[in-house]
Design a binder for this molecule. Structure first.
Ligand code: NAD
Length: 351
């Protein structure tokens, strides 16, 4: 059980407990709730500390820290992106995160965030699509059927009314896995042999592939007027999914421009190419989709405030749910200045 009174004991949400929590509430409910939390936090965008995430690149991947604060709580996420990991049976993306009380600096939550990242990324995508997708779009192409894919599918079902899903992955085993996991979800599934086949009749296209290169998952001729593109996979320098010509025809919506210009599809464009910030659409300061023939693009990279929203959501749920364990993480000497004395006394104890 969680101790919320003892400040030296930090509630820890393991992968096992995160799964229990999500299964208890239901993945679609969690993603609806997360979208509401993210929306609420984007509405108070100006009250957050914001910085592009701090990235450490290697030939094989990237490790990133994503901090933010609203002045009351502080949060950060550690996340990696290693597209070749799956060949060794490891995941492309893993993460954990922490929430702390700004007044004391003491952590109030430590949590796994691999599952939580997939949930919040999908919730963010669906939140953006609610503002940008063509009215009445019920078919989505889902290109890239890896770890994030089912979460994306279920978020679009729960939040945007998507009923038909057209799947494609260069690895047919990934598509088969995705179709298997989504059987019984209520979505009508079609497994496709190519990206061109997958986009047929789709008002929404989600690209969610992993490759550390400037890839071209969609070419210009594949994207018709009125389409909404949810580009999730291009999220670090030298890693994109869309041909540049698509970007030149699209109205582009982003989370935080200083980070997206480094990491998103728009790294292919001039530094002053116009983009719209989603928080401004959410608050009504900028229009979302304004024309049925407009191509809209959510150039998703994932921003720290979304992880903050997700952590504060989990922290809140733990007030009534038992899915955490106490972690002895903060030293607690009887006299706060006698840290060394605490160490000596521990050594003097028998055993
Ligand atoms: P994953 O490795 O589990 O799955 C990626 C899938 O893409 C694989 O099945 C692979 O076969 C497929 N693929 C690769 N190249 C392809 C191509 N040309 N056409 C079709 N399919 C192709 O990775 P994941 O965890 O699902 O993540 C997917 C991407 O999303 C990664 O690039 C990751 O960095 C990114 N991501 C973004 C955010 C965000 O907030 N924007 C959050 C999490 C992950």
């Amino acid at each position: 059980m969680t101790s919320t009174t003892n400040l030296n004991v930090v509630p820890f949400v393991s992968v096992d407990n995160m799964m229990k929590l999500v299964l208890h509430l239901g993945p679609e409910t969690v993603m609806r709730d997360l979208a509401a939390c993210i929306e609420a936090d984007f509405r108070r965008w100006e009250s957050f500390d914001k910085t592009p995430r701090v990235a450490s690149h290697s030939a094989l991947g990237v490790i990133e820290l994503m901090p933010t604060s609203d002045g009351r709580l502080y949060g950060f996420k550690y996340v990696n992106g290693h597209p070749r990991n799956t060949r060794d049976g490891l995941q492309t993306v893993t993460a954990f995160g922490l929430l702390a009380d700004v007044a004391t600096g003491y952590p109030v939550l430590l949590s796994e965030m691999t599952i939580l990242t997939a949930l919040r990324t999908a919730a963010m995508s669906a939140l953006a699509a609610r503002l940008l997708a063509p009215a009445g779009a019920t078919t989505m192409a889902l290109i890239g059927n890896g770890a994030q894919a089912e979460f994306q599918a279920l978020a679009f079902k729960a939040l945007c009314g998507v009923t038909h899903l057209r799947l494609f992955d260069i690895d047919p085993a990934a598509t088969a896995k995705c179709a298997r996991n989504l059987a019984g979800s209520g979505l009508i599934l079609t497994s496709c042999q190519s990206a061109e086949a997958a986009i047929e009749g789709a008002g929404i296209i989600t690209t969610c592939t992993a490759d550390k290169q400037l890839a071209t998952i969609l070419t210009d001729n594949m994207v018709g007027p009125g389409t909404h593109i949810n580009a999730v996979g291009g999220d670090c320098p030298g890693k994109t999914e869309l041909h540049r010509d698509i970007l030149l025809r699209a109205s582009i919506f982003v989370e935080y421009p200083p980070q997206t210009r480094i990491e998103g599809e728009i790294q292919q464009l001039a530094a002053d190419h116009p983009v719209t910030e989603l928080w401004q659409v959410i608050t009504g300061q900028a229009p979302g989709r304004s024309d049925p023939r407009q191509i809209t693009l959510f150039d998703s990279v994932g921003f720290a405030i979304e992880d903050f929203s997700a952590l504060r959501y989990i922290h809140d749920r733990l007030k009534t749910l038992p899915y955490s364990e106490p972690l002895d993480m903060i030293a607690d000497p009887d006299d706060p200045r006698d840290l060394y004395g605490m160490l000596i006394r521990a050594g003097a104890q028998p055993g």
